[in-house]
Design a protein around this ligand. Structure first.
Ligand code: SF4
Length: 394
């Protein structure tokens, strides 16, 4: 079965105040211990669920190494992790191999190590090219450092390079955001992911907001940045293929597409998430406890949730509405009562949130993509007023 393999390397050179990922500062890194734990976890998964033909986890179609900052590791450790992936997994069907990186410390040597290991897609945390924004976000690279990393990565020969951007950040200016987009377009960066700053509970930024020391950006300003993003990138030939993702033709992320299409994925490492087609779970988020569990011979899994038919049907709709391809009325919506679907379609069309195609698809407009959550919620609210059909949308 087609699945995506995700491996979490949680170490970062410095910790950003908005980050709620599973991570630890580099000075606390134990790369050899993590590598041994990942191998142990792989063995435990294979023993419990198999990895040969017929198993969900037979041969991955995509591999994604995220974090943390995988490239924060020293060159020798990075090479050892990639060698382990090369030897531990059947890569004969892999169509995309991505590694996340940050500009700081991304030496030419590390770029070469990634290419030699078969990595063909690099996802670089640029975030902004405005010094005030980078400072606010606690990022330790400069705009020049990010542009140089993009340029050096391009020359190293990755098939695709993606730049991560953030907007809605205190200190950003419309001009600065516009110029950053133009510079990335001019560099020919084939893929961009752009996310509004989220103030997540438990982060230092959240504490500042609670103490009244920081006011999140105004919603209208954030929506305006989103409008700029869509306009500039569409004009430059990028396809807005998912709420937060833009690609030149052929540069879409196959791994992330797997998440949106609800294909199975296996996550290894602290805090990694998995989905086998019917249930979701995540690994232990505490790095120390992840080590303890795996080293004692136990799978480090938490919170396994078997999805009901209704939850699966809602997930399909929710994820489809985040993609510009939208959903197929005949399959995605077949679990919902036709009267609810019809009234929801009329409502969404009248609001300009979706367009309909002759092929029986409902496609969110750019405005609709921004409202994907509300669009889905409106359909579910209508379905809540009566029983759903209970069928799987397939
Ligand atoms: S570099 Fe990324 S993973 Fe690391 S702390 Fe910053 S946002 Fe989090």
């Amino acid at each position: 079965m087609e699945y995506g393999l995700y491996i979490h390397l949680p170490y970062c050179r410095s910790i950003c105040p908005y980050c709620d990922f599973v991570k630890a500062p580099l000075h606390r890194a134990e790369p050899a211990r993590l590598l041994a734990a990942l191998e142990r976890e792989r063995t435990l998964v294979v023993a419990a669920e198999g990895a040969g033909t017929g198993s969900v986890w037979s041969r991955p179609r995509t591999i994604y190494v995220g974090g943390g900052t995988p490239t924060a590791l020293d060159a020798g450790s990075l090479r050892r992790f990639l060698d382990w992936i090369r030897s531990g997994w059947d890569r004969s069907r892999v169509r995309e191999f991505t590694v996340e990186a940050n500009p700081e410390g991304l030496s030419d040597e590390k770029l070469e190590i990634l290419r030699e290991a078969g990595v063909d897609r690099l996802s670089l945390g640029v975030q902004s090219l405005e010094p005030a924004v980078l400072r606010f976000l606690g990022r330790i690279h400069t705009a020049e450092g990010a542009l140089s990393a993009l340029d050096r990565a391009r020359r190293t020969g990755f098939r695709t390079i993606s730049a991560d951007l953030m907007y809605g950040v205190p200190g950003e200016t419309p001009e600065g955001f516009w110029v950053a987009l133009q510079r990335l377009v001019a560099l020919g960066v084939p893929h961009l992911s752009a996310y509004p700053l989220q103030i997540e509970e438990g982060t230092p930024l959240h504490a500042k907001v609670r103490r009244g020391e920081l006011r999140p950006e105004d919603e209208d300003a954030v929506a305006e940045r989103y409008g700029d993003l869509v306009e500039i990138l569409s004009r430059a030939g990028y396809r807005h293929y998912e709420v937060s993702n833009f690609a030149l033709p052929g540069s879409e992320s196959r791994h992330n597409e797997g998440y949106w299409l609800r294909r199975p994925y296996l996550g290894l490492g602290p805090g990694a998430h998995s989905f086998d087609g019917s249930a979701r779970w995540r690994n232990e988020e505490s790095i120390a406890r992840y080590f303890e569990r795996v080293e004692s011979g136990a799978l480090p899994r938490e919170e396994r949730i078997a999805l009901t038919d209704r939850e699966s049907a809602e997930e399909r709709v929710f994820l489809a509405l985040r993609r510009s391809r939208g959903l197929r009325v005949g399959s995605h919506l077949k679990a919902f009562r036709p009267t609810d679907v019809a009234s929801w379609r009329r409502w969404a069309l009248a609001g300009g949130a979706v367009a309909e195609s002759r092929a029986g698809r409902v496609r969110p407009t750019d405005r609709g993509l921004l409202l994907a959550h509300d669009l889905a919620a409106e359909l579910f609210a209508r379905a809540d007023t009566g029983p759903m059909r209970g069928a799987d949308a397939g």
